[in-house]
Design a protein around this ligand. Structure first.
Ligand code: ADP
Length: 369
């Protein structure tokens, strides 16, 4: 198994954007008070805190929708010609909870919005829309000509992400982008986000009020309260060393369980042993840490076998509840192990084929390390 790495480190990158002591007021309300924030390039910065603590205002300052009363914003790596307000906004993809798709435009027209405004050539735009829809796992032939009201909540969020990526902006600002969907769809969208970010390595600033989502997605976690930053560090460090009782309470009592959301299955999995249905238990040695997986002709797992406390156990696999994806968290793996009643969780690829297993003993080792 490769050495366990979860989030890429902040130390190995540069600052992309910086807010320098920015203060924002709305009438008598102080929304932000002297906020200094270094946003690392090619990493995911997550802003989290109770409602009204200033997360969205911080995002709006970054793309100049809100002007700070004092302090300023430094754009280190954006080309200087992009510093006019309109160009600045176009260089930052923006995805929001309500998605904000234009109802009278098709999926294609929505995704194409910014590239068209930027005057890109039609041929390259058509190709780009197809590529972006595939990236968010939507078949262009099926979805290109649909209108937003023909999409489910999860599909609309995917189109929202594709649109934010439309002009290949260096920065992505995401304000509760997965806030309006059910928990299962939300978990899938998070898995997709991790996959896309590993591929594209954008500088992302992501707002959420869901601590599990924050710990899962953040390379750099920024905890805010009443318009100030209370703690900013890697999620791993914050989970291990909360700065004060507010952060401790905010993280909740299950910090060791939350730690499991830091890791994805692909980074912790071992090789899976696949067998044929006809192979009996006599072919299965009693190494209790691993399972034998019976696969069908396509390589998809149908049942799992293990020796548990001296007894041979076989369980049928329901692909909806028992298998995990390569980008699932260790928490999801743990849930699969418990519901399956075996010593490992089967990991499947995009086509549902067995590609590894995450063992209980691995999870145990990580949770106490
Ligand atoms: P969060 O995103 O963390 O929920 P916001 O940044 O939206 O917080 O808001 C910070 C504070 O500023 C809150 O007290 C909110 O009520 C106030 N606020 C935000 N936008 C406006 C506005 N346009 N007019 C007046 N007050 C606002």
């Amino acid at each position: 198994m490769e050495t366990l790495k979860n989030h890429p480190t902040i130390a190995e990158t540069t600052t992309f954007l910086k807010t320098d002591k920015i203060t924002v007021r709305y009438g008598n309300t102080v929304a932000l008070q002297d906020v200094t924030l270094y946003i690392p390039a090619n990493r995911v910065t997550v802003l989290i805190g109770p409602s009204g603590c200033g997360k969205s205002t911080t995002l709006r300052c970054l793309n100049a929708l809100v002007k700070p009363l004092s302090g300023h914003i430094e754009y280190h790596d954006l080309p200087t010609q992009a510093l006019g307000e309109t160009d600045l906004r176009r260089s930052m993809g923006y995805a929001i909870q309500s998605v904000g798709l234009m109802p009278h435009m098709t999926v294609e027209e929505n995704v194409d919005l910014v590239p068209k405004l930027l005057g890109w050539r039609k041929n390259s735009r058509t190709e780009r829309v197809s590529r972006l829809l595939k990236l968010v796992r939507m078949d262009p032939d099926v979805y290109r000509n649909k209108y937003p009201d023909e999409l489910s909540g999860g599909e609309a969020q995917r189109v929202g992400v594709a649109r934010a990526l439309g002009a290949d902006p260096p920065v992505l600002l995401m304000d509760e982008p997965f806030g309006a969907v059910d928990p299962l769809t939300r978990e899938q969208l998070q898995n997709e986000f991790i996959r896309i970010q590993r591929q594209l390595k954008k500088t992302v600033v992501f707002v959420t009020h869901d601590i599990d989502e924050a710990v899962r997605l953040a390379d750099y976690l920024v905890i805010m309260k009443d318009g100030i930053i209370v703690q900013a560090d890697s999620p791993e460090h914050i989970l291990a060393n909360p700065a004060d009782t507010f952060v401790e309470r905010f993280l909740g009592p299950d910090r060791s369980l939350k730690r499991l959301t830091l890791f994805t299955a692909d980074r912790c999995m071992d090789k899976a042993i696949s067998v044929h249905d006809s192979d009996g238990k006599e072919n299965h040695n009693d190494d209790t840490s691993c399972c034998h997986w019976v696969v069908d002709k396509n390589g998809c797992p149908v049942s799992g076998r293990a020796w548990i406390q001296g007894k041979f156990v076989e369980r049928q696999i329901n692909s909806d509840t028992h298998t995990v994806q390569t980008y699932s968290s260790l928490k999801e793996c743990m849930s699969s192990i418990l519901s399956l009643g075996l010593t490992a969780a089967p990991v499947v690829d995009d086509d549902g084929r067995l590609c590894g297993e995450v063992r209980f003993e691995t999870i145990q080792r990580i949770s106490i390390s």
